[in-house]
Ligand binder design. Structure first.
Ligand SMILES: [Fe+2]
Ligand SMILES: [Fe+2]
Length: 139
């Protein structure tokens, strides 16, 4: 398993968002462990839970970005939408006949989802760093 993204560095330094990144990464790890075993029904539930957590995270980010009048919001929402579509592909992979050979690809897809979000979040962090008085958001 790769090094967790939240250990590499917090992309926003905004506690609520960074804790969600950590939670998302931990869910990928739990799913990876589960996909190695026979409990496929529980794995399907974990994928659904992962998607819900990701959507909640994206909504919180977008609310914060709206509050901050972040100029990159529209692009960021596009990336979030792309990531959710990617997770839908993963869900279909899992429920399809090809699931047995797709376990490693499922985990790789979910890790890529988080990596893509963290990458665009870095631009938001740069924006926050340039703002005066934004540190109150990071409590
Ligand atoms: Fe994020
Ligand atoms: Fe994001």
């Amino acid at each position: 398993m790769q090094q967790p993204y939240w250990q590499v560095g917090y992309p926003t330094e905004y506690r609520a968002l960074d804790e969600q990144h950590q939670e998302i990464d931990e869910k990928i790890g739990a799913l990876e462990a589960l996909l190695s075993g026979p409990e496929s029904a529980r794995a399907a539930a974990l994928i659904a839970d992962f998607r819900n957590t990701l959507e909640e995270h994206f909504l919180l980010e977008q609310r914060v970005m709206t509050t901050c009048k972040y100029p990159g919001l529209s692009h960021h929402v596009d990336v979030h939408d792309f990531i959710i579509r990617n997770v839908e592909v993963v869900t279909q992979m899992f429920s399809g006949e090809a699931m047995v050979g797709a376990r490693a690809r499922i985990v790789a897809h979910l890790q890529e989802s988080l990596r893509e979000d963290v990458a665009v979040d870095a631009a938001f962090k740069e924006f926050l760093d340039r703002r005066v008085g934004i540190s109150a958001l990071r409590a």
